[in-house]
Unconditional design. Structure first.
Length: 156
């Protein structure tokens, strides 16, 4: 089985994330969406809520598994889960510049590869931070997030 891990905070999950995960599910036998919590970051949604939302969105995708990312190195987590690679979506060259050193370090640590997928052209401007900023200012974010996430944002 060729298993891949798609790590991220998904705070909140948006359609750019979904596109990468769907595409990864076509390329690999199993995609683990590993929901992380960064202690140096203020999260808008709890880890439990983010996991629940991702599971709800991908409920009809048997190849997509959603679980919390245990503390520690993603390279060690990938090794424990017997993943052949990490999947990262890239929107622009700044994303690449940010992700490349981490990909190289992860490969150096455990041999895990990182596969970069270019983002969907129609969603390259979408980020979790921007979605939440627009929503907080009363803007309509329905075209950027899945329905369960939109409902969660509206409840906030």
């Amino acid at each position: 089985m060729r298993r891949v891990i798609c790590p991220g905070s998904f705070d909140p999950l948006h359609l750019g994330h979904c596109a990468v995960i769907h595409r990864a599910a076509r390329l690999f036998d199993e995609v683990i969406v590993a929901v992380s919590t960064n202690p140096h970051k203020t999260h808008r949604f709890s880890e439990d809520t983010r996991i629940k939302l991702v599971r709800e969105v991908f409920a009809d995708e048997p190849a997509v598994i959603v679980e919390p990312l245990a503390s520690g190195l993603i390279a060690d987590y990938a090794e424990r889960r017997e993943a052949v690679a990490l999947i990262k979506g890239l929107r622009n060259s700044a994303d690449y510049d940010y992700e490349l050193p981490m990909a190289t370090m992860n490969r150096s640590l455990t041999g895990v590869e990182t596969v970069f997928l270019p983002g969907e052209p129609s969603l390259l401007h979408v980020s979790s931070s921007l979605v939440m900023e627009v929503a907080a200012l009363g803007g309509d974010v329905a075209s950027f997030v899945p329905d369960p996430v939109l409902r969660a944002i509206e409840r906030r």
